[in-house]
Structure formats: structure tokens, C-alpha cells
Write a protein that binds this ligand. Structure first.
Ligand code: SAH
Length: 253
């Protein structure tokens, strides 16, 4: 009996940002696998077995999901946002690459979701309208020196930077180190955004500048955006400003 494995993106939080394709898969699966805070978003129903696990055990979780699919289950591995962005799609594929041959024969489908940077950008205007890059600040899986090298390269290339995983209880200082580096490389009036819990009841968006930003605002639910040299604000009467990175470089303002 051959099962199936879906890797499902749940979006940043609210149901309105869950795709119809992801909703349909959540109805179809027999087994739900994921980090507690993501599986908690799914309404339990008869016939659905829920396998919650702690964060940081992505490979174990992936192997468990692949075994269930091999045993004939229709398995959904869930991720917040998009499963391909610093999330479970890569963990599942790493497990497949290093696992038994039968895992390669499985039907695996990755269902995309709205990523945090898209949701954050939509709240602000069009900060990702020009070229941008996404960097995870977590050094759990790569050395800090590499993160610094990529931050410098992003500044050198004048990309807008979306910082995922900017801080956690175990890593409270790195966002301060990242800002110290960025402040040496980008002008202090560069727009900076801390977009916390976008789409959730405790959403908080802080628009500031590189010179004035308090890196302590970032926690594990925050996406940080650092503008490029072309990123600027459009002021509006009685409304918060819009953030724009124009599509054309060197555009007249
Ligand atoms: N796959 C996810 C990212 C996982 S990494 C995605 O595509 O969005 C986890 C990081 O994503 C968090 O530390 C935070 O930086 C960001 N993030 C996830 N959900 C968010 C939300 N609702 N608001 C702001 N940032 C969020």
C-alpha cells in the first residue's frame, strides 16, 4: 500500500492566508506531523492523527513522516509560511536524500504558502519591489561568519534584506551584532521594519530607520526588513507612510 506525503505551507497565521490547495490537503490527510505551534492551528477531526513535536527536531520529524507515508498513510507535514523558505520542505528532502530507497519512490508534494516576508511587505507597501534577498540569522545550522559574509554581500549588492529568525531566547544578541555591521555599511536613514506576528492578533509593525532602530524589538516571531539605498517612504495625510523600493534603479523621485 503506498501512501503520500504533502509538505504544507500554512501561511503566516490567519486562515485567509491559507491557500485552497493547502486547505484541501488538510482535509485529505490521515496524519498530521509538525512543530506543536503549527499543528495547534489545525482543527482536530475524526480520522486525523496528530503527531506534534518540539522545534529543532526537523530531521527526526521528517523521517517519522516518511515512515508513516511508506506505511500507507496520507501524511501532511506542516510549516508556517512557505514550506520551502527555511522550513520543512528542505528537511524532508534531506531525509529522503540520506534515507532508504523506498523513500525516493514515495509520492511527495510540496504545497506553497505565503511567506512571512510577503505578508510583512504587503502591510507596508512595496518594500520588496526591487531586488531583495532573504537571510536566516540563525546560526544553528551554519557558522556566524557565513551570516556576516552574506550580510556584507547583500549590502555590497544593494539588496533589500529580509531577516528571518532574527532572535530567540537562546540567541538574543545576534540581531544586535547584525545591526552593528549593517550600520557600518548602510546610511542611517535607511528604512527598517520590525514586522512581528504579521496576521495574528498580536501583530505589531514598527517602521523606523537603521540609525534609530532598537534591535531588541526583534524576537522569534519577527521578520526584519532592511531597505536598500532606493527604499524610501511616501508620506500621506492621516495615514502611515508607504514603503517603496522602486522597480527601476536610479528612478527619479
Ligand atoms: N517558512 C516560514 C519561515 C520559517 S523561519 C515562512 O515562509 O514564513 C521562522 C521565522 O519566520 C521567524 O523567526 C520569523 O522571522 C518569520 N515569521 C514566521 N511567521 C511570521 C509572522 N507571522 N510574522 C513575522 N515573521 C514571521
Amino acid at each position: 500500500m503506498s501512501g503520500k506525503l504533502y509538505v504544507i505551507g500554512l501561511g503566516p497565521g490567519p486562515a485567509c492566508w491559507l491557500t485552497p490547495e493547502a486547505s484541501a490537503a488538510l482535509e485529505e490527510i490521515t496524519d498530521l506531523v509538525g512543530y506543536f505551534s503549527y499543528v495547534d492551528r489545525i482543527e482536530p477531526r475524526p480520522g486525523l492523527k496528530i503527531h506534534g513535536s518540539d522545534n529543532r527536531v526537523e530531521l527526526d520529524r521528517s523521517r517519522a513522516a516518511l515512515k508513516l507515508a511508506c506505511a500507507g498513510k496520507i501524511v501532511g507535514v506542516v510549516s508556517g509560511g512557505d514550506p520551502g523558505v527555511f522550513a520543512m520542505a528542505a528537511a524532508v528532502l534531506e531525509a529522503v536524500e540520506n534515507g532508504p530507497d523506498e523513500w525516493r519512490a514515495l509520492d511527495i508534494e510540496i504545497l506553497p504558502g505565503v511567506s512571512a516576508m510577503q505578508a510583512a511587505a504587503a502591510r507596508l507597501g512595496a518594500p520588496l519591489g526591487g531586488d531583495f534577498c532573504a537571510i536566516s540569522l540563525s546560526d544553528n545550522l551554519k557558522p556566524w561568519e557565513l551570516i556576516e559574509r552574506r550580510l556584507k554581500a547583500a549590502c555590497d549588492g544593494d539588496f533589500v534584506i529580509a531577516l528571518y529568525n532574527p532572535a530567540s531566547r537562546a540567541r538574543p544578541r545576534q540581531i544586535f551584532d547584525a545591526f552593528a555591521l549593517l550600520r557600518r555599511l548602510r546610511p542611517e536613514n535607511t528604512p527598517v521594519v520590525f514586522a512581528r506576528a504579521v496576521g495574528r492578533p498580536d501583530e505589531r509593525i514598527t517602521l523606523t530607520t537603521l540609525g534609530e532602530a532598537d534591535p531588541g524589538l526583534a524576537d522569534m516571531s519577527t521578520l526584519v526588513l532592511i531597505g536598500a539605498t532606493a527604499t524610501h517612504l511616501i508620506e500621506r495625510p492621516n495615514k502611515s507612510p508607504l514603503v517603496l523600493t522602486p522597480r527601476s534603479y536610479g528612478a527619479e523621485r
